[in-house]
Design a protein. Structure first.
Length: 277
């Protein structure tokens, strides 16, 4: 990434305002090719040696393959270098309009060529063990992504309400009890009723979105891989919200170290940017 002097030209007041209003923005040319190359090496290392948290999110008869893995920054040097040595934490803090930015977790998402499996419309925050409004997720592809295969967002949906999180493959309510939150509307069948955002992306481009912003993506046609690295960040008002169920991703034992409502000040969530530093 360019250094802080050039962040001003990329994360402009207009970009910050758009993020606040729409809950999603695209920033072009945010990362250098050498950063993308190194991150790609980390992704391939992750694919060769998945963690115990990894899962396949496509059906066995899918001609492609949708793979996810979580929370590997401590084990994969390329991930650590990308997260800690770039200025991505500063970008996150500016978008959140927060004095600080903490790492929440990393998330690898790979759709191999021919993958039919959609990523259904959903919000991220209901799956998590945090509450608050100052947060942002970065979604960064290391392969070119067409408009048809990109991540899409419903503008303004980050303003609420929370909607029922369900499993992607069998639509089960494994988190909040059935009926405790409203279900998602059928966005795909009524696309004209929503302001849907999405961008074709080249390596070095990144999208940033609030954890409550409704988002989805299609499968991947043709012979193009879609390897994407996502990093989630926590701002000033984010606090621990222990759940009575297993969150995605889980943080086993954290409820014994951070009480409900406590700031996420813990070694698992290191500080990446602070106004005091």
């Amino acid at each position: 990434m360019t250094q802080n002097a050039n962040i001003d030209s990329l994360v402009t007041p207009e970009i910050v305002e758009t993020y606040a209003q729409d809950g999603a923005v695209c920033i072009r040319g945010l990362f250098r090719q050498d950063q993308i190359d190194e991150l790609t090496q980390g992704i391939e290392e992750n694919l060769r040696s998945p963690s115990s948290r990894a899962k396949v999110a496509s059906e066995p008869d899918d001609p492609g393959w949708f793979f996810e893995d979580f929370c590997n920054w401590q084990d994969i040097a390329a991930y650590r270098q990308f997260i800690f040595d770039s200025a991505v934490g500063e970008v996150a803090a500016r978008l959140m309009q927060s004095q600080q930015a903490r790492l929440y977790h990393d998330h690898l998402l790979v759709k191999e060529p021919g993958t039919r499996q959609r990523t259904p419309w959903h919000q991220d925050q209901p799956y998590y063990n945090v509450e608050g409004h100052q947060n942002v997720s970065m979604w960064l592809p290391v392969d070119p992504v067409s408009r048809d295969a990109t991540l899409e967002f419903v503008a303004g949906s980050h303003k609420g309400p929370w909607l029922m999180p369900r499993t992607f493959m069998d639509n089960q309510a494994k988190w909040f009890p059935e009926g405790s939150l409203d279900d998602l509307p059928d966005i795909e069948a009524n696309r004209r009723d929503y302001k849907i955002l999405g961008w074709a992306l080249e390596p070095g481009d990144a999208v940033f979105f609030n954890m409550l912003t409704l988002h989805a993506s299609a499968g991947v046609d043709g012979n193009q891989r879609r390897r994407a690295f996502s990093v989630r960040f926590l701002g000033d008002d984010m606090v621990h919200a222990p759940r009575h169920w297993t969150t995605s991703p889980p943080f086993p034992g954290l409820e014994k170290e951070l009480e409900a409502g406590a700031p996420m000040d813990h070694p698992l969530f290191p500080l990446l940017a602070s106004a005091s530093t």
